[in-house]
Every structure is written in C-alpha cells, then in structure tokens.
Design a protein around this ligand. Structure first.
Ligand code: SAM
Length: 287
C-alpha cells in the first residue's frame, strides 16, 4: 500500500505546494470557484450539508481556501484556515479579501496546531491527509489532532485517493518520480483508522476528484511553460466546455481522456472511485 520513494519527503511536499500557489491567480480562481459558486462538486455539497449557520470551522491544508470562503459567504461560518505553505495562506487571504469575508489564517502543520482543545464545530480538508509522512501513522496523527480541536459532536469531511482507483494513483506517482508524498487508502483501511480514533463514519463514498489528465501531467513537467501556454485543469463542467471550445489538439486530447476516465469510473468499475470521501462525527461517550 505504501508509496515511498527515495526523494519523497515532507520538504519536497512543502516546496511543491509553495511553488504551486505562487503560480496561481486569485482573480481567475475567484471567478471560477467563488463568484460562480462551485457548489455542484460532491465535496463542496458535503461540507455545506455538514456546516450549520455560524459554525466555527477549520480547513486543514486549505490551499487556496475557496471552500472556507464559500462557507463564510453562504453559511456565515467563522472559518480558520491552516496550511504549512506560506504562499497558500497569502493566496487564501487575498481570496477572502476579494470575496469580502473574514477568516483566521495560520501557517502551520495541521498535525500540530496552535489552537486550544474543542475550538471548532466542523473540520474539512480535501486531498490533504494523504500527504502526511508515515502513511497510516501520518493519517492517525492528523486525525487525532483534528479530533482534539473539535468540540464534542464535532464533524469532519475529508477526501483521500483510493488505492483501487482504476487509473492507478501509484503508477502515476512512480511514473512522475514525485518528490512529494501522496499515499492512497482503501475504504476499509481509512474507515478502520477513523473508528480507532473515536469517530463514527457516517458517510463514505467516492468523490471523483482525483483525475490526472494529460493537461495536469503537462503542467507538472512545465511543458506548458516551455511552449509558452498555460493549461487550466479540466476538472468541472465549465472547464470542460471551455476545453471543447478550445481548438488546440492538446486540449481535445485532454478532454477525451477525462471523459474516458469518467466513463471508466462510473460505468465500468463503479466501486473503484478515484477519490474517497468520508463524513465523520465524534463518537459520543455512551456509544
Ligand atoms: C492537494 S492540496 C489541497 C488543497 C485544498 N484542500 C484544495 O482542495 O484545493 C494539499 C494541501 O495541503 C497542504 N498540506 C499538506 N500537508 C500539510 C501539513 N502537514 N500541514 C499543513 N498543510 C499541509 C499543502 O500545502 C497543500 O496546500
């Protein structure tokens, strides 16, 4: 189950994310993810369903912070955003400013957060727990810390890549010779870890967020920069429509591959979703 190569380390992780966010544009993302209100994504829907009006929320590994911005805008949530990448937090602050909402921001490792016990009603993180060094022990460390800062009855929504995804996360990790850590989990394995840590798994399902398209690979290898063209990720309907309208053969190939994965995922091997999503609540003492 473990993908740990020579060269894959936490430093590589941090460096990679720092670079990634320093290349992102707030305006572009604001229009795409916030202004157009991207609540049709299964993860966003789940986080919204778990968030009550005015909740104190924690986004661990927040990246650009769009999920929290949406909660602040539409649920009057009081979000705290944590990421160990300073460029991510800088970015998220700009996004919040642009959205006209308030949040608390902290550059820190989410497995060691500077918050008192029982500070939050809800915690959420998409694509984060799989990056904690140590595989199962890493995920445990992360979830244990999240549990500590949650109030009794607190809820968690998170996603991780599925070990059994049909396009082979591990294959890509190896092929990319990645300098950063990304583990994958089976449903039973992640569920066992959550239960061991005192959570009740209320929901578990695929979230379909971990498509790796040729466009992403091209961006990863910076080929787009070499040819002087920036390729956005093809990850939702709007972008797919944009891709269709784009005349570049590269775009079309990317689009076709995405559609193929979607089909493979949904029709051929439905149980093997690419990403897994879990909805948890803290187990009550009497349970
Ligand atoms: C795949 S990105 C996901 C970002 C965001 N959740 C999203 O959905 O766009 C993973 C994020 O987790 C952050 N991260 C990874 N390990 C972390 C850790 N131990 N502490 C804090 N942030 C971490 C990275 O800096 C990066 O922003």
């Amino acid at each position: 189950m473990k993908i740990l190569k020579k060269g894959m380390n936490a430093k590589g992780n941090k460096r990679m994310w720092d670079e990634y966010y320093s290349n992102s544009l707030v305006e572009q993302d604001f229009d795409r993810l916030v202004k157009k209100n991207k609540l049709d994504h299964p993860y966003a829907r789940e986080v919204f369903a778990a968030c009550k009006k005015g909740d104190r929320t924690l986004e661990f590994g927040c990246g650009k912070g769009t999920m929290s911005a949406l909660l602040a805008m539409h649920r009057h949530a009081k979000p705290t955003l944590v990421d160990f990448s300073p460029t991510a937090i800088r970015y998220a602050k700009k996004l919040f400013h642009r959205a006209g909402v308030k949040g608390r921001f902290e550059v820190c490792d989410f497995t060691k957060m500077p918050f008192p016990d029982e500070s939050f009603d809800l915690a959420y993180g998409k694509g984060v727990l799989e990056h904690v060094p140590g595989y199962e022990t890493g995920m445990r460390r992360g979830l244990k810390e999240i549990r500590r800062v949650l109030k009794p009855g607190g809820r968690v929504v998170f996603t991780v890549p599925n070990s059994w995804r049909p396009d082979g996360n591990r294959f890509f990790m190896r092929a990319l010779k990645a300098d950063y850590i990304q583990y994958d989990f089976s449903v039973a394995q992640a569920e066992r870890i959550c239960e061991e840590l005192g959570f009740v798994v209320e929901k578990k399902f695929g979230d379909g967020v971990f498509y790796i398209t040729p466009g992403e690979l091209i961006r990863f290898f910076k080929v787009d920069k070499l040819v002087g063209k920036r390729l956005p990720l093809v990850e939702n309907k709007e972008l797919r429509a944009e891709a269709r309208a784009n005349s570049s053969p590269l775009w079309r190939a990317n689009q076709k591959y995405f559609v193929f994965l979607n089909w493979l995922n949904k029709k051929v091997v439905p149980p093997a979703e690419l990403g897994l999503m879990f909805g948890l609540r803290i187990r009550k003492p009497e349970e």
